[in-house]
Design a protein around this ligand. Structure first.
Ligand SMILES: NC(=O)c1ccc[n+]([C@@H]2O[C@H](COP(=O)([O-])OP(=O)(O)OC[C@H]3O[C@@H](n4cnc5c(N)ncnc54)[C@H](OP(=O)(O)O)[C@@H]3O)[C@@H](O)[C@H]2O)c1
Length: 314
């Protein structure tokens, strides 16, 4: 990743493990096994947020970070991990926003819950149009200088605002965003559908990432498991002719290669130009093991071409 020192941890051609439901919706024992298996298989990049997962019964926010902190203390493996967390979305007792004092106060809380001295990657979880970008970026820059965070990323920014953030960092000699994490999968929602906070990775952003050599991370890559779970159906805003075509092509390629549809979706991301890092969410070891195999898949040029053709179809 550009603009960030990842030490001896390689993040290229890799999968990031989403910890949103670890230790809450997914029980603690299963969550520990997921983390253990992920790291035993060479995984190091773990994604959390201060708000995870306050909407789960019995949770109040900070639960995912606290659970990760507990696991890190038990395993004594801090030096083998690359930990990302986020700030900026409201959760009980904390307002939405990226004012300097919000960024700094939440950073201290995340450091404490995770039990670490430095957060490897600190994301702005969502754009805050009410706070000048300069104020937020300056606060991030100061946190880097204080050694509390190693680098910064953006999530849920539209391309123009993300571009503007890079420009402002350059003008002020502040640290620049090294990556952007957006909603992205092989199926595409209808154009008029508006997600509340979530922002999709669009063609303009992909072009910008390529040009700037900025890593693009994809959250919700498997759309809650709808590709392969019989009991889950496509939400209405994904129910389009183009997506039915995309599903068909995924099934065909899965049949030709013997990889599962989930693996093809993840491999398509990892094999794309520039590569997209999937942030996977799993609730069982079986799901984790299936998804991790995608890292080893080298899609052939013809399959890549067909997948791209269907993905970019209007
Ligand atoms: N930046 C942001 O705004 C943002 C937003 C959302 C998420 N995230 C990050 O992205 C991570 C992943 O997000 P997500 O949970 O929304 O991802 P997702 O890919 O949409 O859904 C994950 C779910 O898909 C199912 N699944 C995964 N692998 C499977 C497999 N091999 N076979 C069958 N089903 C499978 C599981 O559902 P079941 O548990 O029902 O079996 C799993 O819980 C989060 O943990 C978080 O770190 C970031």
């Amino acid at each position: 990743m550009k603009n960030i020192n990842t030490g001896n941890i390689s993040l290229t051609n890799n999968i990031c493990l989403g910890a949103m439901y670890l230790g809450s919706k997914t029980d603690k024992l299963t969550s520990e096994k997921i983390l253990d298996t992920f790291t035993e298989n060479g995984g190091s990049f773990i994604d959390s947020a201060n708000i995870y997962a306050h909407w789960i019964t019995g949770c109040k926010g900070g639960d995912s970070e606290a659970f990760l902190g507990e696991w890190i203390r038990k395993r004594k493996n801090r030096d083998k991990l690359f930990i990302a967390t986020k700030v900026g979305i409201a959760y009980p007792g904390v307002e939405r926003g990226l004012k300097a004092n919000q960024v700094k106060t939440e950073c201290e809380k995340s450091l404490k819950r995770l039990g670490v001295e430095t957060i490897d990657l600190y994301y702005s979880h969502a754009d805050d149009p009410a706070t000048p970008l300069e104020e937020t970026l300056k606060a991030f820059d100061e946190l880097i200088k204080e050694g509390k965070i190693r680098g910064i990323g953006a999530s849920n920014y539209n391309t123009e605002r993300f571009k503007k953030s890079l420009m402002i960092s350059r003008q002020n000699s502040f640290a620049e965003f090294c990556c952007i994490q957006q909603r992205h999968s092989y199926l595409r929602p209808t154009k008029d559908f508006k997600f509340e906070t979530q922002v999709l990775a669009d063609e303009f952003l992909m072009e910008l990432c390529k040009y700037e050599n900025i890593a693009l991370l994809a959250y919700s890559p498997l759309l809650s498991g709808i590709f392969t779970s019989d009991n889950k159906t496509l939400p209405q805003f994904y129910n389009t002719e183009q997506n039915r075509g995309r599903l068909k092509i995924l099934k065909n390629i899965s049949g030709e290669t013997n990889f599962t549809v989930n693996q093809i979706v993840l491999a398509w991301m990892l094999n794309s130009e520039p590569p997209v890092i999937p942030v996977i969410g799993v609730s069982s070891l079986e799901q984790l093991e299936e998804n991790l195999k995608a890292v080893e898949i080298k899609l052939d040029e013809n399959h890549k071409k067909i997948l791209d053709q269907y993905f970019y179809q209007k």
